[in-house]
Design a protein around this ligand. Structure first.
Ligand SMILES: [Zn+2]
Length: 186
């Protein structure tokens, strides 16, 4: 595997707001160092360039490995896994309490990466009680309520209020950006 340079890693980390771009766990809450993942694995022709790299926690990265598609748990149709460089998180997932709910294609990724395994749900419950993970509202419904809710969640979780999260601020491939400016609190 081609290793991304240190500079590339910094850009990937910054763009992702230092969160896993699949399950959204923050580096500060992850058990091990977040990894730079090839959205499309090299063996499938993916390049080691910013527009093919994503930040991933160890559990998500282990599950995903070099796969790019899997069977939809409801229809069994072969479905592409979520690609953070080509797709917007909020179009494919919702957060409901401690669970990440996949919408249409997203549900294949939820199932394949086991985003709602008992230990991951437990971990999110703990983060929610510590005020470090959003709890009760789908991110997509937040923009109109940003200001009210922003007072009630931790500064670390505030980037999640952005409607375009996790597409933050750098990189030629950034998609879904709005005109709202940079991440609150950096
Ligand atoms: Zn993850």
């Amino acid at each position: 595997m081609t290793r991304p340079s240190a500079a590339m890693r910094r850009d990937v980390v910054r763009r992702a707001g230092n969160r896993c771009e699949y399950c959204l766990i923050h580096q500060d809450d992850a058990a091990s160092r977040l990894q730079v993942d090839h959205a499309i694995a090299e063996k499938h022709g993916g390049a080691t360039t910013l527009d093919n790299l994503a930040l991933s926690c160890l559990p998500c990265n282990r599950r995903k490995a070099s796969d790019i598609a899997a069977n939809d748990p409801e229809t069994s149709a072969l479905t592409r896994l979520f690609n953070p460089r080509l797709q917007s998180w909020v179009d494919h997932f919702r957060i409901t309490g401690p669970r990440i709910v996949g919408l249409t294609e997203g549900r294949t990724t939820v199932a394949f990466l086991q985003l709602n395994s008992p230990e991951r749900v437990l971990e999110r419950e703990e983060l929610i009680s510590a005020g470090r993970f959003p709890a009760d509202r789908p991110i997509a419904s937040w923009p109109s309520q940003n200001r009210r809710r922003a007072d009630h969640i931790s500064p670390l979780a505030r980037p999640l209020l952005r409607p375009d999260f996790p597409f933050a601020d750098v990189g030629p491939s950034t998609v879904g950006l709005t005109s709202e400016g940079s991440l609150p609190g950096g």
